[in-house]
Design a protein. Structure first.
Lengths: 328, 787
């Protein structure tokens, strides 16, 4: 392993001052479950690691009048076992329980989960986020793209956004807070994910010296939400498709809907078409199927992943049905 | 003549019972030591620079910066400039340093220039007429074969059959010898005919490996009332040993090497290290307590085992540890050859199989590979077969638990299952009707079918194939049968009875986690009439008598036979010493329950300890040795039969397959320990489910790299993917009297075929290739829309 400096600040301000203003020099380490693997595989090789675990005000879960606030350093397990989260955002708790394994959930943090890097096997093999070989030839299109994007893949980015909890968080309308030495900004989580157009860009709306500090989940009434994953293995496996839906109902029909897909595009993929299809409708098998169809209508599969269109459709259909059958 | 025969059922105290493995406590408590856990005083850490290209020539190597780095003890070029590299991850330079990070930094400081060459990593169906017959070999070809670990016998037969393109000079011969050519190979080279004109022939990646006709296939198909044609296949998978390959080597003096190595072949390692290290085999000591999986991939020291020893010498003899990283383990340390085939089979309307035709292909990496034994188990009277071996750059293949049989089972049992569907018969009836073609094991299969179908409730669960409607969750059942040899190997052991009554047994064997220790102890304890824990067993070291490598399911037959012999001889020798004290003839004595006594007279009895005190001052050691392989076996045997059935559930919306239940009914002659035997079968079923549903070595066509050399996308079945497993060992008459036969391999052969057949039964169509992933299942369900 290349030698690096390890610093463990105990305040946000200190942490931010230790971060470099260009990518590549410094990296934040939270739970380290992704970062250490990236370092071992030589995908990132920072000269300084800034450990955030000692920064007290980045931890914890609290609730206020307009929602629940989760510190970026809170572990996935802490969140999943929090009674208020389970009560107010049961589909989020469901999604958390499907992440990786108990050991990883004990260690991994919310901020780290949202900022984790794509699992694209070309990226992890050192060919970059927009993978090309030494001669500049694109690798994904003519290569092994069975797990790559079927939506939002018209540019050079073909990886899929890895977090399986981001879709349900977006469906619940989560906002994320990002802080830098210059100040704070709040943005909808949906806007936090970007599709890079060049190798110089990353897949998050995050400057090198910015830190994700917290996530806010707005409380809402009459929302029925669900998370659904299609995985090969029963447990501890990356999904092939994820769907998250949050339906606001007036008792009989849907007044507004959020439908977000995961593992199908370089970002968590919100589907306005599916949302429109559901709005004003009663949820039943046929509206669910129509919405699911709308969600994938624009899919542009690559040479080896047409099957994912079907999986994404089924995931959306099942998430809608699950939401309709479940409570709040 | 001593009577070594296995005791009759009534006389067995431990053999054939259920004994918990003796090493269970150290295993479950984490105390068992694996090679990976071995840390020697002053140990250095080795790392390897690996080639990033699948096919390249090394132009230059500069190690000067690495050599100068503080903490680096030695740098060794493994393959120098001019060497041809045939797969990604091949070893170029090794480094030993005071710790892993330093060794990694040193690796990064090495500059290698490569000239990349065209590569092929695909094993897709060869283009028509692309296959080339093998021709005369060049010195480079022979060097490639050595590189690719082609077995010596196979090299000799190819050199004899095809000759050479050039006369090979003394220097080149010396080089070949240094690269590992055996004397047999060198002799064959010197004796070979030379065809200089053949040197101009362009080389193809596709090689015609077999063309064979049996009976009259045309007539066979003409007589067939039903013919089924299909495409079947199994991709390259890896061994993925949880303990990776590797060793820790140290020089105890100028001319003595001590190696801890993760191996299936403790006694066989020194002989393979001697030549490359220029050291007499007797000066090499090998030790291993436990191994975390080998599955056929750990018989040799491998190139890295050799350079670990060499670099230790360079570092002044200090212990050097090189255990492969996970990615290297998956890339270079073993793969199972793929096999695909277009198969046509014909039968009469009563189900009698008449004819087989197959065009098969597959790859075993740069070496190509041979045709799996198809049609498997069933000797179809009329056959036409053609096999094309693909030589490509995916890395060398190695024996994988039951080499070639799981592939043959998929190609055969799936084709026959489709034929049964074409004839409109329950495959159980169809297979049963054709058991005459499985001679001499037809009665075994018949009995096993009856038991398996009961355990699976086959008659209720099987249904004719039907179209499923979209969105349905459907169930189906499938079956397969298999066979294997499994005669015991040569296995010497020394059994010592000490005058104080303690007993030790030394054998250079290894326990692959299968229960070998337990089974040796069962046989010794049963024979001597003392408890298992009264015997001190020592295995896993070349200081003990040599015992064969654990491959081909030869261990159980080998170690139990020689243990039985040693224990009978030791017992009889003890009887001779004890008889006078008991006023009896030695033949009248027996040892039972910790006593040595006169048969039928309980008054004339000595405790084991008292009896052993009659030995005098010196312990008494006897050597157990099995008869030569050319003699008929007595305590062991060859040839087993097994039947497996699978039940699956398929989500037709997602193409996800879940195995719901597996039944395995297995014969292995006399079962030494029913409990560990069943465990072997459970393990095989789990491994089988894993390769049926998940495993596949994914290669990138552009870069030639393996993309899933990790345990995230090289998926292995987890606990929740394992359903109800029902295992039944065949025992009693018809089985016990055949002697002890190997079991490690047979039960891993059938799962692929049984699970694929169950999926076909569930969804009504065949998913041609394993693993049965959603993309493949959906493509089979919607032939037009699928990927
Ligand atoms: C085998 C395996 C299976 C997995 N399965 C799943 C799954 O099913 N679903 C899923 O969602 N995830 C899965 N993961 C990923 C896992 O959830 C992430 O690794 C984890 O959430 C990352 O959190 P961490 O705290 O360990 O982050 P780290 O590894 O410490 O950091 C990850 C990245 O985020 C950056 N970072 C961390 N915190 C911040 C912050 N506060 N502000 C700015 N940047 C930050 C780091 O610099 C780094 O680039 C899996 C991981 C493994 C190893
Ligand atoms: S899963 Fe984790 S604990 Fe288990 S062997 Fe792998 S690295 Fe070690």
């Amino acid at each position: 392993m290349r030698a690096f400096e390890y610093v463990s600040p105990n305040s946000k301000a200190q942490a931010m001052s230790l971060l470099a203003t260009a990518w590549g020099k410094t990296e934040i380490i939270a739970g380290g479950t992704d970062l250490l693997a990236l370092m071992k595989d030589d995908v990132v090789s920072p000269r300084r690691l800034i450990n955030l675990k000692e920064v007290k005000d980045l931890h914890g879960i609290s609730s206020g009048s307009n929602g629940m606030r989760i510190g970026a350093l809170t572990t996935l397990d802490e969140i999943a076992s929090n009674a208020e989260i389970k009560e107010n955002f049961p589909a989020f708790a469901d999604a958390l329980m499907e992440v990786a394994s108990p050991q990883i959930r004990n260690q991994a943090t919310l901020g780290g989960n949202l900022c984790q890097r794509p699992r694209c096997w070309y990226f992890r093999n050192g060919f970059g986020l927009l993978p090309k070989d030494e001669t500049g030839k694109d690798l994904v299109e003519p290569g092994e793209n069975r797990y790559h994007a079927i939506l939002g893949n018209s540019g050079r980015a073909k990886f899929v956004s890895p977090s399986t909890i981001a879709p349900i968080l977006i469906a619940y309308g989560a906002r994320v807070r990002v802080e830098s030495p210059k100040g704070k900004r709040d943005l909808p989580l949906e806007k936090f994910f970007l599709t890079p157009k060049s190798e110089a860009e990353r897949e998050h709306d995050l400057r090198p010296n910015e830190i994700v500090t917290e996530l806010v989940l707005p409380l809402a009434t009459n929302v029925r939400a669900a998370h659904y994953e299609i995985r090969q293995k029963e447990a501890f496996d990356w999904p092939l498709a994820v769907a998250a839906v949050a339906l606001t109902t007036n008792g009989s029909s849907v007044t507004s809907a959020r439908v977000v897909l995961g593992h199908v595009a370089p970002v968590p993929w919100r589907s306005p078409a599916a949302e429109q299809t559901l709005t004003g409708q009663q949820v039943n098998r046929s509206t669910a199927e129509n919405a699911a169809q709308a969600a994938v209508a624009a899919a542009t599969p690559l040479s080896g992943n047409a099957y994912k269109v079907q999986l994404a459709r089924v995931a959306v259909k099942r998430a809608i049905m699950k939401a309709a059958g479940g409570v709040a | 003549m001593p009577n070594y025969a296995w005791p009759q059922e009534n006389d067995r105290t431990l053999i054939g019972t259920r004994v918990t493995r003796v090493d269970a406590p150290v295993k479950v408590s984490g105390q068992a030591k694996y090679t990976y856990d071995t840390h020697r005083p002053g140990m250095l850490y080795g790392k390897v620079l690996r080639c990033p290209y699948a096919h390249a020539k090394i132009v230059s190597i500069d190690i000067s910066a690495a050599e100068k780095m503080p903490g680096v003890n030695a740098v060794q070029i493994v393959q120098g400039p001019g060497s041809m590299i045939h797969w990604e991850g091949d070893e170029i330079v090794a480094v030993a340093a005071i710790d892993e990070p330093t060794a990694e930094d040193a690796i990064r400081a090495i500059q290698v220039k490569y000239a990349p060459l065209e590569h092929l990593v695909s094993d897709a169906e060869p283009p028509k007429n692309s296959a080339q017959g093998q021709g005369p070999l060049s010195a480079d070809d022979i060097d490639d074969m050595l590189d690719n670990q082609v077995p010596s016998q196979q090299m000799v037969s190819q050199i004899k059959q095809y000759g050479l393109t050039e006369k090979i000079d003394e220097d080149t011969l010396k080089q070949l010898k240094a690269d590992g050519a055996t004397d047999d190979v060198l002799n064959a080279i010197q004796a070979a005919t030379v065809h200089p004109e053949a040197a101009q022939r362009p080389k193809s990646n596709y090689q015609k490996a077999a063309v064979q006709t049996i009976g009259d296939p045309d007539q066979g198909f003409k007589d067939s009332e039903f013919v089924s044609e299909g495409l079947y296949g199994v991709p390259v998978i890896t061994h993925c040993c949880l303990e990776t390959h590797g060793s820790i080597s140290e020089w105890t003096d100028e001319s003595h090497l001590f190696t801890h190595i993760s191996t299936q072949n403790v006694s066989g390692i020194p002989g393979q290290m001697a030549e490359p290290l220029k050291l007499p085999a007797t000066n090499i000591r090998v030790h291993q307590d436990n191994i975390g999986g080998g599955f056929g991939s750990k018989f040799a020291p491998d190139r890295w085992g050799i350079f670990t020893a060499q670099i230790s010498k360079k570092a002044g003899g200090k212990p050097v540890r090189i255990m492969l990283e996970r990615d290297a383990e998956l890339k270079v340390a073993g793969a199972r050859p793929s096999a695909f085939a277009r198969v046509k089979v014909g039968a009469k309307k009563d189900g009698t199989i008449l004819a087989w035709q197959s065009e098969s292909w597959g790859t075993g990496g740069p070496g190509g590979g041979g045709m799996p034994p198809i049609p498997y188990v069933f000797s179809v009277p009329n056959q036409r077969k053609e096999h094309t071996a693909i030589r490509n750059n995916i890395g060398p293949a190695r024996a994988w638990r039951a080499p070639n049989h799981p592939q043959a089972a998929v190609l055969t049992m799936c084709a026959l299952d489709d034929l049964a569907a074409a004839v409109n018969m329950d495959p159980l009836d169809f297979f049963s009707r054709n058991l005459d073609l499985t001679k001499p094991r037809q009665e075994i299969y018949r009995e096993e079918f009856a038991i398996a179908s009961d355990l699976m409730d086959w008659k209720n669960k099987w249904h004719p194939r039907r179209q499923s409607s979209p969105g349905e969750i459907v169930r189906g059942v499938g079956l397969s049968i298999h066979t294997w040899g499994g005669r015991g190997h040569a296995s010497d052991c020394d059994l010592t009875i000490h005058p104080d009554g303690s007993v030790d047994l030394k054998m250079g064997s290894q326990d692959l986690g299968t229960g070998t220790r337990t089974c040796i102890l069962i046989v010794a304890a049963d024979t001597l009439g003392i408890p298992i824990n009264a015997i001190h067993l020592l295995i896993g070291d070349t200081n003990y008598p040599p015992s064969g490598g654990s491959g081909g399911s030869t261990t159980i037959g080998g170690v139990t036979s020689s243990t039985r012999r040693a224990a009978v001889d030791a017992r009889d020798a003890l009887f001779a010493k004890v008889a006078p004290a008991l006023r009896a003839q030695p033949e009248e004595l027996e040892c039972v329950n910790g006593n040595v006594r006169v048969r039928g007279d309980s008054t004339r009895s000595l405790s084991w300890k008292e009896a052993c005190s009659k030995l005098g001052a010196m312990p008494q050691t006897v050597r157990g040795k099995n008869p030569d392989r050319d003699k008929p076996p007595d305590l062991t045997n060859s040839g087993v039969g097994g039947v497996q059935m699978a039940e699956v559930e398929v989500d037709t919306d997602t193409g996800i397959v879940k195995v719901k239940k597996m039944v395995a009914v297995q014969d292995c002659g006399l079962v030494v320990n029913v409990k560990t035997a069943e465990s072997q079968v459970y393990g095989a079923l789990i491994m089988g489910i894993s390769y049926s549903l998940f495993e596949e070595k994914v290669m990138d066509p552009t870069t030639g790299r393996m993309l899933n050399a990790n345990m995230e996308f090289y998926r292995l079945a987890g606990f929740n993917d394992i359903p109800e497993l029902v295992v039944r060992m065949m025992t009693g008459k018809g089985y016990d009297e055949r002697g002890v036969i190997g079991l490690g391999e047979p039960p891993v052969i059938s799962p692929g075929a049984a699970i694929s057949n169950a999926v076909a039964n569930a969804i009504g169509v065949r998913v041609p290739f394993l693993p049965l992933t959603p993309d493949r299942v959906l493509a089979a369900l919607q032939p037009k829309a699928g990927a």
